[in-house]
Design a protein around this ligand. Structure first.
Ligand SMILES: [Zn+2]
Length: 301
């Protein structure tokens, strides 16, 4: 069973409440935006909240994931890079706001038959659980400490991305984005305003993605769907509207997979949880250190 500690919880309490003595492994999220994987038995906690792992001391820790899943969002990069190095074409589908809990609910409802064809793993996010931070982690394979994207106002990477790799190796690449550029990359991004004014950019992004996979000449087709995230923010994370949007994206994924002959990597950047700031506020939010936000599906074929 997976346990996540709250960022607001004092660490010694978190350890006691979460039963760390029985944990085998831990992901430690440092206040320097690094993520350290450790055996629980190698970890020593001081009363100040500092954590010592194998002789290295981290003075301040944001949170811990006890017995974390094996995969992290950075693995989306490793998978993609490995396929490209093997000479395979990759369709990379980034479904914004599609947390792991949402994936399981959608699976139970039987509304994701196309995504269900893929191999699926649970993956741990980088922190904070916001779009640019995890966008950067999935395209660089590095933590925010290394890739330099730590908050919404950061747009320039401090390390190479998968797009630098394709550029350096003359692999043809298309980046299909929503209505704005979130992170600066070496190659141009195709932006898609909500032309039909239906509340999100999924139709517009899908039209270009369909052209790109039909064309078939790209080594890397990178597609960022925003519809699930937009719907959760507007309607709340567990609403019929959100599951309708998930079903809609699954249909789009199905149409792309039916044409695409190469490898496929699907990942999300974060989940969402219900806002509790006001009782009547049913909108979805994310960015915190909680299970709904921090676990995402990593899928591949
Ligand atoms: Zn996002």
């Amino acid at each position: 069973m997976l346990t996540v500690s709250s960022s607001k919880m004092a660490l010694p309490d978190a350890l006691t409440e979460n039963g760390l003595p029985s944990a085998e492994s831990v992901l430690v999220y440092t206040s320097e935006y690094d993520i350290i994987s450790a055996d629980a038995s190698d970890m020593i906690l001081s009363s100040s909240g500092a954590v010592d792992i194998g002789g290295t001391t981290y003075e301040s820790v944001v949170g811990l994931i006890l017995n974390p899943p094996e995969a992290t969002i950075q693995d989306a990069y490793s998978l993609t890079r490995g396929y490209l190095e093997a000479g395979e074409q990759v369709l990379f589908l980034y479904l914004d706001g599609f947390g792991y809990d949402k994936w399981l609910s959608a699976l139970n409802r039987g509304i994701v038959p196309n995504l269900a064809q893929l191999t699926v793993e649970q993956a741990a996010d980088a922190y904070p659980t916001i779009t640019p931070v995890n966008y950067a982690a999935m395209v660089t394979g590095k933590t925010p400490y290394v890739n330099g994207i730590k908050q919404r106002s950061d747009h320039t990477l401090a390390c190479p991305s998968i797009f630098d790799y394709t550029e350096a190796n003359n692999l043809s690449t298309i980046i299909i984005e929503g209505d704005k550029q979130i992170i600066n990359f070496a190659i141009e991004q195709q932006l898609h305003p909500d032309y039909n004014d239906d509340g999100d950019t999924d139709n517009e992004v899908f039209a270009t993605a369909l052209q790109a996979v039909t064309d078939g000449s790209y080594d890397l087709v990178f597609v960022h769907f925003h519809g699930i995230d937009d719907s959760e923010h507007t309607n709340g994370p567990q609403t019929d509207q959100v599951f309708d949007k998930i079903a809609s994206e699954d249909l789009m994924v199905g149409q792309l997979l039916a044409i695409w002959q190469g490898r496929v990597v699907v990942v999300s950047d974060h989940g969402q949880h219900l806002s509790k700031e006001e009782d009547d506020d049913r909108s979805g939010v994310h960015g915190t250190f909680c299970a709904d936000d921090i676990f995402v599906p990593l899928m591949y074929r």
